[in-house]
Unconditional design. Structure first.
Length: 194
């Protein structure tokens, strides 16, 4: 008798969730083990975290990114009593964002000094224009169709224009450096060269 092959289980599409402002500077504490458990509890499969700064990848079926962000934010607030903005993108969206990087030479030269920032659906064109029009000296800020690319040659902490624009956008923006974004994409089985 020949064994039957079980039908493949639909594990869903890969997604990336970035939590804003957790585990930095004594602020909001979200243990990564708890974040993985919460993701599994809301029905996501294969949850994995990277570093200790609110970077989560997981699979989900039939769930729009904004709905996933809402579910995660509510579950984190309920389970951990931490209210944090959550930004979700699909693997395809992240791949496109990274492929569109207009500062590829900078990313290749010093990947930790190039930030990729995502905004939420409440962010207005006027707010994005504030970033594009920020008075920079050595830095470069480029607002793309789906992300802001920020070249900070002296580092994040030394950039007054970045601090001002990030403060102005508040919970509507979160950023990770190029290296971290590449590692997150690799966790989902893809890479985009600088």
């Amino acid at each position: 008798m020949t064994p039957t092959v079980a039908a493949a289980v639909d594990r869903g599409l890969w997604h990336l969730a970035l939590l804003r402002g957790v585990n930095v500077g004594g602020g909001k504490k979200v243990p990564m083990a708890a974040l993985r458990r919460i993701a599994a509890d809301v029905g996501f499969t294969d949850p994995m975290t990277l570093l200790n700064s609110g970077n989560l990848v997981y699979r989900a079926s039939g769930l729009a990114p904004q709905r996933a962000a809402t579910l995660l934010r509510a579950a984190i607030a309920t389970e951990l009593q931490v209210d944090t903005a959550v930004f979700v993108r699909t693997r395809d969206e992240l791949t496109a964002i990274l492929a569109a990087n207009p500062l590829a030479a900078e990313a290749e030269a010093e990947p930790s000094r190039l930030l990729v920032a995502l905004w939420d659906e409440a962010t207005t064109p006027a707010q994005l224009a504030q970033v594009a029009d920020a008075p920079v000296v050595r830095e470069r800020f480029v607002v793309g169709d789906h992300a802001i690319y920020l070249w900070l040659p002296d580092g994040v902490s030394a950039s007054v224009p970045y601090e001002k624009t990030a403060r102005a956008l508040g919970d509507h923006l979160t950023a990770r450096n190029w290296s971290t974004m590449q590692k997150l994409l690799a966790l989902m089985g893809s890479t985009v060269a600088a």
